[in-house]
Design a protein around this ligand. Sequence first.
Ligand code: BG6
Length: 491
Amino acid sequence: KQAESHILVIFGASGDLTKRKLIPALLELEKQNLLPDQFAVLGVSRTELSDEVFRSRMTEFLPKDVSSELIEKFLNRLYYQAISTADAYDYPVLRDRLFTIAKENNIPENFIFYLSTPPSLYEIIPKNLASVELNQADDGFRRLIVEKPFGTDLESAKELNRNLLDYFKEEQIYRIDHYLGKETVQNLLVTRFSNGIFEPIWNHNFIHHVEITSAESLGVENRGGYYDHSGAMRDMVQNHLLQLVGMVAMEPPVIIEADAIRNEVLKVFQSLRPILEDEVANYVIRGQYIESHIKGNLVKGYRQEDGVNPESRTETFMAMKFFIDNWRWAGVPFYIRTGKKLPTRVTEVVIHFKKTPHHLFGNQINTEQTANQLVIRIQPDEGILLKFGMKVPGAGFRVQTVNMDFHYDDLANVHLPAAYERLLLDSMQGDATLYSRGDAVEKAWDFVQPIINAWNNNPDIPIYGYPAGTWGPDVVDQLVEDGKWRYPCKN
Ligand code: BG6
């Protein structure tokens, strides 16, 4: 499919996301020749700027390996309009500007509106767009991309869905979860459904447990104010990591199309066994990083970060165990672990297969080591690793685990698109496969809400401190029965 000619309107154009992610992703698409010929970007924000100043501000994070001619061509597609986005009176101005740009550049009146603003504006902007009839068109299209966070709890997510649906139809709404834009996340589908060897054993008969780790070495940096009202559960689990679970656990879709795939993801979320408020302490562990020394340097604790309440009980780490109550996954524990200020940055899914029924080789002392593992490395060092037992050459039958290891890096000359590149391109093609659907987002909230409630309502549920630079509180080991977490940096 070709990207369709249109104007992309970015609300929140003076924000970080625009210059760090969106504009560089668009330039990369330009470089790959994937943008339509008739295309423009209109940045919208409150600050008064000329098109020229906006263009020059957007150059800060552009990829380096692009010719100056191409950069110039690309920058000439950028325009800027100052309006007060919350104010309906400003929208006729926006509308006029859009139609002028379309006319001058011979672009059909197709518009994609990207909400890259604070979430408090997610309801008012669609309403204001509707007030000047920019939400619907008889010919041409109108699409709305909504950035995260999508709600702060189940109720607010439902309300946001209701409000958006007052002005836009579900098929016009694209809810971003940038994890779905990652090449390696999409590759989960290919690994599972294009290989004859994996799918037959991808179930409770052969899989012992599934582990998903998303570790970050950075702390909250300059986002303390936001993060302290969010925490790892809302920031990473409710959205990104549950979407990963959806990809790992879903049934084969009947066809690779948005609704077929998103129906299967929804079914996974519908099968999540609820964790009741009074069970939370048994299934979920939360932690917060505390001051420590890393390589001789003193590293601040979370409560000392700017914008963070010095008595905060917001989790910067969490680990949980849960089950998917359906035919395929009956009895298979799933584990999720994520945190800030951990020893390394890595996201991976590990499928732990069951051990052989009988240990034939007496010296196979460490049987955990010889249970097969399929490690899907989402980032960095994207690739897939299969661990299996081999005989140590020489006398007897000593078994050793070896790796079959594929790295995307080994594919010479292959450009691994950044998540935003893929997602923006898909929205231009009208393909919502890699965007979350409203019902699935609500289901995911439904699952995590009792956990958040328990943390809020029950001060006896501990929040464990862990020294910055470690793998979280030691108690997380107790969550995994009959197994161990994998520590990626030790391999
Ligand atoms: C964002 C979170 O959605 O995802 C951040 O708000 C987090 O706190 C980030 O760091 C992780 O994304 P990635 O692509 O770096 O794994």
